[in-house]
Write a protein that binds this ligand. Sequence first.
Ligand code: SAH
Length: 341
Amino acid sequence: MKNIYDNSLKDLEMYFDTINEKKFKALQVYDWLYKKRVKSFDEMTNIKKDVIEKLKDNFKFERLEIIKRLDDVDVHKYLFKLYDGNKVEAVLMMHDYGTSLCISTEVGCNMSCAFCESGRLKKVRNLEPNEMVLPILQIEDDLKIRISHVVLMGIGEPFDNYNNVMKFLDIVNEPKGLELGSRHITISTCGVVDKILEFMNNGKQVNLAVSLHAPNDELRNKLMPINRVYNLKKLMSAIREYIKVTNRRVTFEYIMLRGINDNVEQALELSNLVKGINCYINLIPYNETSHIEFKKSSKERIMAFYDCLKKNGVNVTIRREFGSKVMAACGQLRSNYEEGK
Ligand code: SAH
């Protein structure tokens, strides 16, 4: 049975239509769910009893279970238990421009990036739309705050769960619901080219971030197996096309791995790779995990890399480090929890 939080407003309107009820009931339900934040159908007091019974027969009304919360300066990390016992993480970061929540899109991940904790657990299943929506609602309720930005950069590859992610966007975008503006949402992909092209044509104003992490195929093949399917030539040409069609700037994420991808020649190669593309590069100090050998680059190396990109006219920023104390790197909270730490 679908969860009530799996429905866009349109879905609910269609549902009421099929049971010969007035469409505006969908709006009333949305209001109870996202504005008044009730926790059961019975609390929807302006909806008739027989309609409530029909809703109960058709949808489950279930929130997620918060099983762990870790707090640090400007960061809160949550571990949620799903209805089938699987667990997913979400990380809330307090920025000066607002709050941003990093959510997961899958249980596990099949992309197998060499440096990433999430890929140690192969994909178990896609997250359903409600399992991406509810972390937003529940963290807002738990901390009594409003979340202004959402990034799909947690566990999983959003474009490997394309349909549910698109439904998720419809739900959270809804002005009569959570009202999260597309421009405040970022999808991060490891570079699933056919989905980038599909996404390009769907008209959403959502930001796209692409995990690059290497300036050439030889190194990227080693770090990110997806590159053997869609190499840099295919990826960059898809991104050029995406920018042409959407007129939107793309972000490249580049994690800084000591001795692997962080020397100045590689910075030069990277500048050439992105030349003429409307983008900016976000350099991310690697978040070390106990299970994986990679180390983070030194501050000096990161600065030299940054300077080289700047000198070559590339827009570049260095990501502020959050939450290494609360294990904010993808997948760390879950995997440590499973190991009983
Ligand atoms: N699958 C998507 C989104 C999830 S990963 C993607 O690949 O973009 C989100 C980002 O975190 C990616 O850029 C990923 O490469 C990066 N990442 C993974 N492990 C990391 C770590 N230990 N430290 C810093 N960034 C990491």
